[in-house]
Design a protein around this ligand. Structure first.
Ligand code: MSP
Length: 527
C-alpha cells in the first residue's frame, strides 16, 4: 500500500449532535481518499473517536450512565452520520479499545524508562465543584474565579510530566527543513512562531491525572494510581490503529504499519494545530524514535462560520448536517461543503447558499444536461448510441474540454483544492449545455438530412456525462452512480483516470431512462 490518507476527530463530549464542522472534515477526508483511488493510488482512510477524559466522565455521571454506555451512545451518532454522508473509512479508531491501550502503555513505558517522563508536585488553585485546577484564563473580568467554580482552594498535586522542552529545538529545525510538513503555508508560519516562542521556556507537558480525580482513562504502566491524561491517549490513536508496534504488544487484525506510515495527509481543523498536533504530537513521535522521514504531513483545514461568527451553542447558530441533508440530500450537501470553501481557508455557511448552489449547479447545470441528453437520445436515437462520421469544431471543443479535465483535477488536488476541481468539472458541464443551445439538436432533428449530426451531438453529450460523472464521483458518489445508471453504463470496478478514454459508451450502447435527480426544494421553516 503506497498511500495513506489519515484522519481522526474527537467526540463532542456534551453529547450534542455532531455539527457541520465535524461533517466537513470527514467529507473532505473521504473525498480526498476517493480522489486518491481515482488517480490509481492505494488509499487507507482512518477515522475515529476519542473517548476518554474528564468531560466524558462528568457527562456520563450527569446522565446517570457509565462512561462506557455514554461513549457508546455518542459514538453511534457519529457512526450513523458518517454512514449517511457516504464517508467510507477503512479503519475505525475508538480509543477505549484494548489494542489502543496496549500501544499507549508501551509508549509511556518506553519514555519513562528513557527518563523522558518524570514525576513532579505542583500547586495551584483548584475548583472543588468542577474537580479541576484553574488557570488565570478561568478568572472573570474582575480577576476573580466566578461562582461557577464553587469553592476554590490552593492544592498541591503530584503528576507525571513529559520532557517536551528537550525537543522543541528539534521541532524548529524540522519545520525549517521540511516546509511541506504543514499545509497551508500560513499555518506553517503560525506553528513556527509558536515553536519559536516556546524555546527557552522549559515547559514540559503534564500527561497524568491521579485516579482520585479521573478514572476514565488509560492507567500509567509504571504507576497504578494515575491515568494518562488526553495527549498520549487521544493523539496516539493515529498510529495505534495503523498497526504501530502491533507485533510487539500483541495486537492482531490491524494494518501493516510499515506499509501505511507516514500518512500523506493528517487532516485537522485550524484550532487544534497549536499546540496539540503541531507541537505535542510531532514531538511525541520524535521522542519515541521515529525518524524525520516518518513524521506525518499535517493538512489544516479552515472553519465554517455563520455570518462571520464561530458556530456555538451559546449563540444558537450551530448547523446540523442532518437538517441540510434532509432538504437537499447528501450529495448536494457534500458538494456544497467542498465547493464553497478553499481547503485551508474559512468560509461562511449559509442555508440560502446551499439551496442556491443546489438549484444552480446540481439541478440547472448537471441535472438538466442529463435529462435533456437522455430525453433527446430516446426521442431521436431510440436511446441508442449510433455510428456517425460527422464532426465539427463545437464537438472538437467539447471533447478537448473533457480530455483536459483529469489533468486539471490532478493539479488542483496537489494542493487539496477540491473546489477548483469541481469548478473545472462544472465548466465542462456548462460548455455541454451551451453546446446544446448552439447546435440545437431538437431543431436539427426535424430534418432527416441532419441525422448524422444529431447522432454526433447526442453521442458527444452522453460521453461527456460519462466522463464527468467519474471525475465528480469523489465528491458526489451517490449521485454519480445514479447518473451512470441512467446512462445505462456499467462502470468497470476500480476504474481510474488512466482508463478514461473517448468511446466508453460505444456504438450500440443503450442509454437508460432519464428521471430528474435534483427536484426543486424549499428551505424548511426553521431549518
Ligand atoms: N478533541 C479534539 C481532537 C483531539 S484529536 C486527538 C477536538 N475535537 S472536536 O470534536 O472539537 O473537533 C473535531 C474536528 O472538527 C477538529 O478538527 C475541528 O477543527 C473540527 N471542527 C470543529 N468545528 C469546526 C467548524 N466550525 N468548521 C470546520 N471544522 C471544525 O478538537
Amino acid at each position: 500500500m503506497s498511500k495513506t490518507y489519515y484522519i481522526t476527530t474527537a467526540i463532542d463530549y456534551t453529547n450534542a449532535p455532531p455539527h457541520i464542522g465535524h461533517a466537513y472534515e470527514k467529507v473532505l477526508a473521504d473525498a480526498l481518499a476517493r480522489y486518491g483511488r481515482l488517480f490509481g493510488k492505494k488509499v487507507f482512510l482512518l477515522t475515529g473517536v476519542d473517548q476518554h477524559g474528564q468531560k466524558v466522565q462528568q457527562s456520563a455521571e450527569k446522565q446517570g450512565l457509565t462512561p462506557e454506555a455514554f461513549v457508546g451512545g455518542v459514538t453511534q451518532k457519529f457512526l450513523d452520520l458518517w454512514k449517511r454522508l457516504d464517508v467510507a473509512y477503512d479503519g475505525w479508531a475508538a480509543t477505549v479499545e484494548p489494542a489502543h491501550k496496549r500501544v499507549v502503555q508501551s509508549m509511556l513505558q518506553q519514555l519513562f524508562d528513557a527518563g523522558q517522563i518524570y514525576k513532579k508536585a505542583t500547586s495551584g488553585m483548584y475548583s472543588v465543584r468542577q474537580e479541576q485546577f484553574l488557570s488565570d484564563r478561568d478568572r472573570n473580568e474582575a480577576g476573580e474565579f466566578g461562582p461557577e467554580w464553587g469553592e476554590v482552594e490552593e492544592r498541591e498535586e503530584e503528576n507525571y510530566y513529559f520532557r517536551l522542552s528537550d525537543h522543541v529545538e528539534w521541532l524548529r529545525d524540522f519545520l525549517t527543513a521540511n516546509p511541506d510538513s504543514v499545509f497551508p503555508e500560513s499555518r506553517l508560519s503560525m506553528l513556527k512562531n509558536a515553536v519559536a516562542d516556546s524555546i527557552g521556556q522549559q515547559q514540559d507537558l503534564c500527561i497524568s491525572r491521579p485516579k482520585s480525580r479521573l478514572t476514565w482513562g488509560i492507567e500509567l504502566p509504571f504507576d497504578k494510581e494515575f491515568v494518562t491524561y488526553v495527549w498520549f491517549d487521544a493523539l496516539t490513536n493515529y498510529i495505534s490503529f495503523a498497526g504501530f508496534r502491533a507485533k510487539e504488544v500483541g495486537n492482531e487484525g490491524l494494518p501493516d504499519f510499515d506499509s501505511l506510515w507516514p500518512c500523506d495527509a493528517h487532516i485537522i481543523g485550524k484550532d487544534i494545530l497549536v499546540p496539540a498536533h503541531g507541537i505535542y504530537w510531532l514531538i511525541m513521535l520524535h521522542a519515541i524514535g521515529l525518524p524525520d522521514s516518518q513524521i506525518p504531513k499535517i493538512l489544516v483545514h479552515g472553519w465554517w462560520n455563520v455570518r462571520g461568527e464561530k458556530m456555538s451553542k451559546s449563540l444558537g447558530n450551530v448547523v446540523n448536517p442532518n437538517d441540510i441533508a434532509d432538504v437537499v440530500g447528501v450529495d448536494a450537501l457534500r458538494y456544497y461543503l467542498l465547493s464553497d470553501i478553499a481547503t485551508g481557508a474559512d468560509s461562511d455557511m449559509s442555508e440560502e447558499r446551499v439551496i442556491m448552489r443546489y438549484h444552480n449547479d446540481m439541478a440547472n447545470v448537471l441535472g438538466n444536461l442529463l435529462n435533456r441528453t437522455l430525453n433527446m437520445a430516446k426521442k431521436y436515437l431510440g436511446g441508442e448510441i449510433q455510428a456517425t462520421d460527422y464532426d465539427d469544431e463545437l464537438g472538437v471543443e467539447l471533447r478537448a474540454a473533457v480530455a483536459a479535465l483529469p489533468g486539471i483535477t490532478v493539479e488542483a488536488l496537489k494542493t487539496y483544492q477540491i473546489h477548483k476541481a469541481l469548478a473545472a468539472a462544472w465548466d465542462v458541464l456548462i460548455l455541454a449545455n451551451t453546446y446544446i443551445e448552439k447546435t440545437a439538436p431538437f431543431k436539427l432533428a426535424k430534418d432527416p438530412a441532419n441525422a448524422s449530426r444529431v447522432v454526433a451531438i447526442l453521442g458527444n453529450l452522453a460521453e461527456t456525462l460519462a466522463h464527468v460523472s467519474v471525475m465528480i464521483s469523489p465528491v458526489i458518489p451517490g449521485a454519480a452512480k445514479k447518473i451512470q445508471a441512467q446512462l445505462g453504463w456499467d462502470v468497470p470496478a476500480g476504474l481510474t483516470i488512466h482508463d478514461l478514454k473517448w468511446g466508453m459508451l460505444p456504438v450500440g450502447h443503450r442509454l437508460g431512462e432519464g428521471t430528474p435527480l435534483f427536484p426543486k426544494v424549499e428551505l424548511k421553516e426553521g431549518a
